[in-house]
Design a protein around this ligand. Structure first.
Ligand SMILES: [Zn+2]
Ligand SMILES: [Zn+2]
Length: 252
């Protein structure tokens, strides 16, 4: 399975906004989807999964869709909980800030098709099996287990310490990597706690609950603290934990 953190800053090395690109055709979250990809890359994406409707995970979805206006012959599939899709419709796809959902169509097709998702209910998208699992954030947010026949990747999305996720992947023999939110440095652990994230102090404890032997990649590092979090994770010197490189194409 191919995986890339889509860049969202001018230097191409930071994750201000969140989008993960899987196998070129599936995007997890839509923060950076219209920002850090070439037009050719954007054109290949057919499905977008929304883990929660926080701005850094959805902000460029409307621009992505309208940039493809002339191209689309069938809608972009947007997988999201009914509550998250309702939030998109009320606050983003509205004539007050952009274009209303009811007018998002070209001469061939509607531009968006909503596919509702629900905790624990596995669905297929772009040939992959995806299972949403609720995590610990300020609003209902889903981590995602993404599987093909040989490989599985786990994305925690935004979360503080959580349990259900580790129960779901216990015994998953084909799990190749875990991508975990480490937003903040140790000094901001309290802020991480109240905002539903990990810091480089709390991630070690969480590692002890994860399946053994699976490499763990820190993601969602806030740009302002990236250098600090990178240094702190390096100092932990944990054999399974490293920071994922933004923009690099990984193959699992
Ligand atoms: Zn969030
Ligand atoms: Zn976030």
């Amino acid at each position: 399975m191919k995986f890339k953190i889509v860049p969202s800053t001018r230097d191409g090395r930071q994750q201000l906004l969140t989008t993960y690109l899987i196998n070129d055709t599936l995007a997890i979250d839509a923060g950076a989807i219209a920002i850090g990809l070439t037009v050719a890359e954007q054109k290949r994406i057919r499905s977008v999964v929304i883990t929660h409707a926080h701005l850094d995970h959805v902000i460029s979805l409307p621009l992505f869709i309208t940039d493809l206006f002339d191209e689309l012959r069938e809608p972009i599939k947007v997988y999201a909980t009914p509550a998250d899709f309702d939030a998109l419709q009320q606050y983003i796809f509205t004539p007050r800030v952009w274009i209303g959902l009811d007018t998002m169509k070209n001469e061939h097709t509607e531009l968006i098709a909503h596919y509702p998702i629900k905790a624990g209910e596995t669905f297929m998208a772009e040939g992959l099996r995806l299972t949403p699992v609720p995590v610990t954030h300020t609003i209902l947010t889903h981590g995602l287990l993404v599987e093909d026949d040989d490989c599985a990747l786990l994305f925690t999305s935004d979360t503080a310490a959580t349990e259900r996720l580790w129960e779901v992947v216990a015994g998953c023999d084909k799990l190749r990597a875990i991508f975990i939110d480490v937003s903040f440095p140790q000094a901001l652990t309290e802020l991480a706690h109240v905002s539903g994230h990990h810091s480089s102090a709390t991630v070690l404890d969480e590692l002890s609950r994860m399946p053994k032997e699976v490499p763990v990649y820190a993601v969602h590092l806030k740009p302002a603290y990236r250098a600090q979090v990178e240094a702190e994770i390096a100092a932990l010197n944990h054999p399974r934990l490293q920071v994922a490189e933004v923009g690099r194409e990984y193959e699992f």
